[in-house]
Design a protein around this ligand. Sequence first.
Ligand code: AMP
Ligand code: MG
Length: 340
Amino acid sequence: MAMSRRTFINTCLGLGVIAVAGRQAARADVHRERWYLFGTLVDVTISGVSHSDARSMLAALSTELQRRNRDWHPWKPGVMRDINNAIASRAPIRVDRHMAHMLEHVRQLHQASDGLFNPAIGRVVAHWGFHGGTADGWHTPRRDVIDRLIASRPSPMDLQLSRGWLRSTNPDVQIDLGGYAKGYAIDLGRRLIAEQGVEHALINAGGDLVTLGSAPQGVPWNVAIRHPQRAGRIAWLTTVGGEAVFTSGSYERFRESGGRRYPHIIDPRSGEPVRGIASATVVHADPALADAAATALVVAGPGRWRDVADRLDVDLAMVVDDRGRVSLTPAMHDRVRLDG
Ligand code: AMP
Ligand code: MG
């Protein structure tokens, strides 16, 4: 697999965040931790609590996020794989309340995005080589296989949920929450620490982040958005009131063959990797929605992303097209400071 460039986003966003939090780094009540989860580095900053409280809260948060990472992983052994095996063999399977809630939510997001956000196309994503495997000798998948899968129209609307039991009317459905679950998981993490009395925190999962309260010194959390096409930053963004910021990019993970790049986000209408948008950043109060919406805007492409943002109730979005041109929603103009 071609190198993931998420790390660079992470570094850049990290830098942006450090620029705010760093002034207070010496303060005893600012606590930072870093873990490797969700295929990326997760940086957590909490402030306003004692050292010993922070230690136990961060330990609980780490346990929570590790569990969600394992359970909801799109292709490794775990809850998600068991569900997909059950779907393939047309068997019903029990799901917990979080899974039921996520599946209900992704059905709504699928419809609101006019089908562009489609977490039921796991088989197609896997055929393009994005469920593990190695990049060595990689070649584009057989068109007839992709065509057959697309013709069966796998969709989260094929899922039926009743009293904690899940079944699918379409055995070609394979659920891949790779465009959504990180948002849901870090939202759960944020709730967990908020319930324990933390008022100010930032959970930054490789550039996708949730905020709680303000940064140390009471200033808003300011984050740097990485340029999708070159090293460094494209903009500074100011968040308010516990917002989440999620970026999807066709540059983050991709396969390469014959001098062409094939990004990991798939257009569910064609079964082909997306083109046209290099990155989409969404700011929203709901991290899971922000995650899904950023993915959907990349699929929507330069001509349609504003319409899809409206449909998803997203007011704050920034899109960089394949030629590096930046477009913003009207509300986003007040939040970002573009570089250069
Ligand atoms: P993100 O980085 O949030 O944009 O999520 C990308 C991941 O979501 C991919 O690696 C796939 O696992 C999955 N995915 C790919 N295409 C789609 C799509 N059209 N809708 C929903 N999830 C997708
Ligand atoms: Mg996403």
